[in-house]
Design a protein around this ligand. Structure first.
Ligand code: GLC
Length: 476
């Protein structure tokens, strides 16, 4: 949060006035990132309105928040035991996991995993769908070789972290890519079909694809095994999204009135119909215009790790141009798009006060900062990441308040399962985010749990349930 201390006055008495003047201008520029309570309440209200529009048949097509039914009809009870393969595609890495679901005397289940990470080459991300899915099938084949499993036809759960319109648990079309993926020929097609075709093309192993889930859903399911009150899943990583258990009668896109179904909100697209125009700043517009999907995922672009570092870089450039930072000169690296990584934001805000970490990061970008420069850079990081935490918190408060009203409960006691690099690795994001959500959700008792291995484990667990029952049973 931008704030001026007297420390600089004490250290630099000779040019006190010019320093103070500089800091006041810096503070003014950064204060644009501050959102008042009223503004955050407005964001929450607009989010709720779009969520409602996404759920309703008449308004679904034009709603920015798509509220996609997942066909996960329950937080699962009994499941099959045995070996499951889980795939996790959605960030810069692709993971293949072997998940052993077993029985545990105390908790009734036990999960063990072995996994391998493969980085996705740029050309597979932005080439053709065939190239991407051939690459994925190649990774599975390699994993099966490593674990001597080629001969087995294992059930497979696929965590696919993009907007999918499901027709069933194991069938759904990709609506649009997000987060820098662009493989052509995938949008509008059945994702499980693309995977099955690629496995067939290879012909060296067989798989039984039983479930495809979003990462938010996988996280919720995986946390549900720790805590039976977990009915919300959220990711704050490269992208940002949430899912929750909605009353079936409100999920108009799917027939049936009884019980609940998990809805993947795809809230990252909130703002794509102009709902955030009065909150978006010049930096947000540049980040969007230079992205692979301009005009899309505007809420996500305020929060997600794919964009946070770049936002800070643009703020720093603005401060340099205003002659408020680095003596008015930016290094070539600082002028390079993407050079200021999101992990730098976390590292800078983790600095213990001696500015060593900040100094080292800035030096690696070709800058020799003064102490005051280091402090200003930290303020810029805090401004961007605090706004992200608050924006995201307003969205989650909207989801939870809606759940409480729907359920007509005086008090809603609920657990939110969370995963993602920004949430896990940023030193203050969690705390700022939790505080805001608690403030904005009266009459709710919210517990946050962090999911470990959530994405893959959740996909395997839902597959285990799907294998046990022909269809998932509903246990509201
Ligand atoms: C993007 C995707 C969404 C995913 C989120 C987090 O918003 O569209 O499906 O859940 O990123 O990975």
């Amino acid at each position: 949060m931008p704030c001026l201390t007297l420390a600089h006055r004490q250290r630099i008495p000779s040019d006190f006035e010019s320093v103070l003047e500089k800091l006041l201008v810096v503070d003014q520029i950064l204060s644009e990132f501050l959102l008042s309570k009223e503004e955050l309440e407005e964001v929450m209200r607009r989010m709720r309105r779009e969520m409602e529009r996404g759920l309703r048949v008449e308004t679904h097509d034009e709603a920015s928040v798509k509220m996609l039914p997942t066909y996960v009809r329950s937080t699962p009870e009994g499941s099959e035991v045995g070996d499951f393969l889980a795939l996790d595609l959605g960030g810069t890495n692709f993971r293949v996991m072997l998940v052993k679901v077993g029985e545990d005397e105390e908790r009734g289940w036990k999960v063990e995993t072995k996994h391998h990470m493969y980085s996705i080459p740029e050309d597979a991300m932005t080439g053709t769908a065939e190239m991407l899915f051939d690459y994925i099938a190649g990774c599975i084949s390699d994993f099966l070789d490593k674990h001597n499993l080629k001969h087995k036809k294992l059930p497979l759960g696929f965590t696919f972290s993009f907007p999918v319109r499901h027709e069933d648990l194991d069938k759904g079309i990709l609506l649009n890519w997000t987060k820098g993926f662009k493989a052509s020929g995938a949008e509008g097609n059945n994702v499980v079909g693309l995977l099955r075709d690629a496995i067939k093309r290879r012909g060296d192993f067989e798989m039984d694809v039983v479930a495809m889930v979003n990462d938010t859903v996988a996280t919720m399911i995986s946390c549900y095994y720790e805590d039976r009150s977990c009915e919300v899943g959220m990711i704050v990583g490269t992208g940002c999204n949430a899912c929750y258990m909605e009353e079936m009668r409100k999920v108009e896109l799917v027939e049936g009135e009884e019980g609940r179904m998990c809805v993947n909100t795809e809230w990252g697209a909130f703002g794509d119909n102009g709902e955030l125009e009065d909150f978006r700043l010049e930096y947000d517009r540049v980040v969007d215009e230079t992205s692979l999907n301009p005009g899309h995922q505007l809420y996500e672009k305020l929060i997600g790790g794919k964009y946070m570092g770049e936002l800070v870089r643009l703020v720093l450039l603005k401060l340099v141009n205003e002659d408020l930072l680095f003596n008015g000169e930016a290094s070539d690296l600082l002028k390079t798009r993407g050079a200021f990584e999101t992990r730098f934001v976390s590292q800078i805000e983790s600095d213990t006060g001696d500015r060593k970490q900040i100094y080292n990061i800035l030096s690696s970008l070709g800058i020799l900062p003064s102490e005051l420069d280091c402090d200003i850079v930290r303020l810029a990081c805090e401004s961007v990441s605090t706004r992200a935490a608050h924006m995201c918190g307003a969205g989650l408060a909207g989801v939870i308040n809606q759940m409480r009203e729907r359920r007509c409960q005086e008090e809603l006691k609920i657990t939110v399962g969370v995963d993602g690099s920004v949430y896990k690795l940023h030193p203050r994001f969690k705390e700022r985010f939790h505080k805001l959500v608690w403030e904005m959700t009266p009459h709710c008792e919210i517990t946050f749990i962090q999911s470990e291995e959530g994405s893959g484990r959740g996909a395997a667990l839902i597959s285990a349930v799907a294998c046990k029952m022909a269809a998932c049973m509903l246990t509201p």
